[in-house]
Design a protein around this ligand. Structure first.
Ligand SMILES: [Zn+2]
Length: 490
């Protein structure tokens, strides 16, 4: 591979420092970063060059689906949800993003009957913004029959599903849909926003196959770290084991759920929900299960990533990790509610907190769930970082928008929702490092050497006409060099 020179008005390293004006890429790796005018033949872009963002928690097939399906964000009533679903084309009416807290009557949910009336001839599924709750129409329910597998997670009469019943129903309903174009659309979208690598959480066999196939054709712009669920581990191992597909996609770890979400009141809290006395959420994996999985994945040389939103779920993760022994490099996803002693335990264990700053914006109702006392425990990015926990930023897209500038703004506290508190916000340099170098390390495997401009690092380079460190930066950004040749056409 010949060396390539890319120049801009400024080159920023992963700490947000201006370190030069052009980058020499040698053999797909960062060679040198230099000041002054670039040699002849350089690709001159103007603007800012910097290590591509790494999104440490994404759901690529769901993002592809969301890009194609109905956007249900901001719907003001269940009727509007049904109407937007009816406007979709294709064999399945799929939509995502409704939030009952935005409905004129927040106690009403989209129900089966309503979807049946709006979409009578195709399976239809309307997923809540958090992904932990959904409504299906009768056709979709008949295909999946989720009550046979997950009777506790299905309200058959109303067609309302939570947790595993949501994923199971989607898997069944979408079984005949080709995943490769969905995953490709998601990867292209992310690259067009300046993202160079992702962790694909709860990565399925079909996603792994699609990534491997795209990588084989040279059509995958991103680098992907796959974290399948325990149920999919062996299948994904069968596809990705043994080869790292030119560093493009690899099996890195296993994703486990310890609890659900605050929106669906399934996040496991130590104390009752403020707006639902007697309810504390659902524990999906206790400390013994977590310890057992931690040992199992360690013995395979993999990492464990555990979803924990509520404080009691986090107790189980910490306890499980302690019992497992060495868990350095393991990850806790979300860490939405954390007490000081829990943060100190995470620091001691040496595990990453993989957080989603934009949750602050979407969970604008969080004070209803937690009440005024517990609000200070929510989204403690600054406390995590300053008490010694490596913090990686991510979007959980399509749960949150995939645009890096949305994530950075929320991390900096440039939002007005109750949890956008200045004392728990990051500086733009902290946020930038957490979204490049630390997110790459937390992703692991072929992504570990991304998100930085050191000599020998993977040359995944992003560009923006304006400075991404500027508070309130609005993009745009795009991936200009994905590690092995210039990206064309984005
Ligand atoms: Zn997720």
């Amino acid at each position: 591979m010949p060396s390539i020179v890319i120049s801009g008005d400024a080159v920023l390293n992963e700490y947000g420092e201006v370190v030069g004006e052009y980058i020499v890429v040698e053999d797909g790796k960062i060679g040198r970063v230099r000041k002054g005018s670039p040699p002849a033949g350089a690709l001159r872009l103007g603007g800012y060059l910097f290590p591509a963002f790494i999104d440490a928690h994404t759901h690529p097939a769901s993002l592809g689906l969301a890009l194609r399906g109905a956007n249900l964000r901001g719907a003001r009533s269940p009727v509007e949800v049904a109407r937007r679903l009816a406007g979709t084309r294709g064999p399945v009416a799929y939509g995502r993003g409704w939030d009952q807290e935005l409905f004129e009557d927040p106690r009403s949910l989209p129900v089966r009957e309503l979807l049946d009336a709006a979409v009578p001839d195709r399976p239809a599924v309307a997923v809540r913004v958090c992904g932990h709750m959904a409504t299906a129409n009768t056709l979709a329910l008949e295909i999946a029959r989720p009550w046979e597998r997950y009777p506790d997670f299905v309200d058959k009469e109303r067609g309302v599903l939570v947790e595993d019943a949501v994923y199971y129903t989607l898997e069944k309903v979408l079984a005949n849909i080709d995943v490769e174009p969905l995953v490709k659309a998601a990867a292209d979208k992310l690259a067009s926003l300046g993202v160079g690598g992702i962790s694909a959480m709860a990565c399925t066999r079909r996603e792994a196959e699609a990534f491997a196939s795209l990588a084989g054709k040279g059509a995958l712009k991103l680098r992907v770290a796959c974290y399948p669920s325990p149920e999919e581990l062996e299948k994904v191992e069968g596809i990705l084991g043994g080869s790292d597909r030119g560093g493009r996609v690899a099996l890195i770890g296993v994703k486990l759920f310890a609890d659900g979400s605050l929106g669906a009141r399934t996040a496991k809290l130590r104390e009752d929900y403020y707006d639902a006395p007697g309810t504390r959420g659902q524990l999906l994996a206790d400390s013994s299960t977590i310890a057992e999985w931690a040992r199992r994945v360690s013995s395979k040389g993999l990492r464990l990533a555990v979803h924990a939103i509520g404080d009691e779920a986090l107790d189980h993760v910490i306890d499980g990790f302690r019992r497992a022994g060495s868990v350095r490099g393991f990850r806790v996803e979300h860490v939405s509610i954390a007490h000081d002693d829990q943060i100190d335990s995470l620091a001691e264990l040496g595990v990453y907190a993989v957080v989603q700053p934009h949750f602050r914006v979407t969970d604008w109702w969080i004070d209803r769930r937690l009440g005024p006392e517990r609000l200070r425990l929510a989204y403690r990015f600054a406390s995590l970082l300053r008490r010694g926990v490596p913090v990686a930023l991510s979007t959980d897209t399509p749960v949150e928008p995939p645009e890096p500038w949305e994530t950075l703004s929320a991390a900096l506290g440039l939002c007005s929702q109750p949890s956008c508190r200045a004392e728990e916000s990051l500086t733009s340099r902290e946020a930038f490092t957490a979204y490049t170098r630390v997110a790459a390390e937390a992703s692991g495997g072929p992504l570990s050497l991304m998100g930085r401009l050191e000599q020998g690092a993977v040359a995944a380079i992003a560009w923006s006409p304006s400075n991404p460190l500027e508070p309130g930066w609005k993009g745009p950004a795009r991936l200009v060099y994905p590690g092995d040749g210039l990206v064309k056409g984005n």
